[in-house]
Design a protein around this ligand. Structure first.
Ligand code: PMV
Length: 350
């Protein structure tokens, strides 16, 4: 596929300031394993959150050489600045003028670092939206659909899962049987009205920074004995999950949600250099949740990101009962609980 940011080589950069707020997302069908340059080995599907988000403002200016500074929650963060600089350098073939940019970033999250919420998805999509906005300003573009597609394309190059945060509600990424599906950018997915409003209560079992990064985890899939079987399973889960979401079948969605969580962590446990990110309390919470569901029949299901923290997913109509259950039976296993839900996607602040 052609790059979505080609034909921009001859632009003259100028001064511009913009700010975007962008949410995190939780994958129902996981992206775990890459091919080519930041392309997914299987299609994935996620729910964009509402409250867990990053707000980023960027001042672009013309300098003699690329210079990136980054302030995170009031403190300069050189490590994060270097990450953004490296990302911008990966775009230099399409955007050679990137070498003459001053990029001054101020960013903050609504959720604590290490809370089991993908801060790379919200953080890097918020930055990519600022960059896409800058390109739109320089090219005097006004095609909103194309703008979001480009922002998703630019987000993907920074962090795969970030490309799904560009749209609200459910989003898919990766080639599939769906119309307009692509490995290069994400696409919004419409679902049954009964499954539009879902809650995500995040049980923060352990907030310490994980000792194996997602990048290293993806990398291990290259030599993983079960890689091909996993990609086949993920494709099957993807098709089943899309169909269940469209038919409003929460039980079928929940079954896939939990199978995907176990499968993601099974990949870690069986990778060439095996590891686990689960903690004893992660397993204890899963057992308590399963007992509760067996006793009450309520449609509340868990999933996991690459970490020990559980995301409990359930329709909004069951919120009061689930919150009582969490308060009585699960809160003692957690450091903290974050109550989130489906959201409408990124917003331009100015
Ligand atoms: O986007 P990355 O490279 O941080 O990978 C994220 C992978 C998972 O969060 C574990 C799954 C997913 O699809 O979001």
């Amino acid at each position: 596929m052609k790059s979505l940011i080609n034909g921009l080589q001859d632009i003259t950069p100028g001064d511009y300031e913009t700010s975007w707020s962008s949410p995190s997302n939780i994958a129902f069908v996981k992206y775990w394993g890459k091919k080519g340059h930041q392309l997914p080995a299987n299609p994935s599907l996620s729910l964009t959150l509402n409250d867990c988000k990053t707000t980023t403002s960027v001042k672009f200016s013309l300098l003699d050489e690329l210079d990136v500074s980054l302030n995170f929650d009031g403190n300069n963060d050189d490590k994060f600045a270097a990450k953004i600089k490296n990302y911008l350098l990966t775009l230099q073939t399409d955007l050679p003028w990137i070498h003459r940019l001053g990029v001054e970033i101020k960013t903050s999250n609504t959720f604590p670092h290490g809370a089991g919420i993908a801060s790379s998805a919200s953080g890097l999509s918020a930055f990519a939206l600022c960059l896409a906005d800058y390109i739109k300003h320089l090219t005097h573009g006004n095609d909103q659909d194309n703008f979001l597609k480009k922002a998703s394309f630019l987000s993907r190059l920074a962090s795969g899962s970030a490309c799904r945060s560009i749209y609200g509600g459910f989003t898919t990424w990766g080639e599939s049987e769906l119309l307009d599906s692509s490995d290069y950018y994400a696409t919004p997915l419409s679902v049954h009205p009964e499954l539009v409003n879902l809650c995500d209560s995040i049980l923060v079992i352990n907030s310490q920074e994980k000792n194996v990064s997602s990048r290293a985890g993806h990398g291990q899939m290259g030599a993983h004995t079960f890689a091909e079987a996993r990609y086949t399973q993920a494709r099957d889960h993807f098709n089943l999950c899309v169909s269940a979401l469209k038919h409003g079948d929460i039980e079928a969605v929940g079954k896939i949600l939990e199978a995907e969580a176990f499968s993601l962590h099974a990949m870690m446990l069986t990778s060439p250099n095996p590891y686990t990110l689960l903690k004893p309390n992660s397993l204890a919470a899963i057992e308590i949740l399963h007992d509760f569901r067996n006793e009450t029949g309520l449609p509340v299901y868990f999933t996991l990101d690459a970490g020990p923290n559980l995301h409990l997913i359930y329709p909004e109509s069951f919120k009061n009962k689930v919150l009582t259950f969490i308060g009585h039976e699960l809160s003692s296993l957690c450091e903290n609980i974050i109550y989130d839900r489906n959201g409408e996607g990124p917003v331009k602040c100015y």
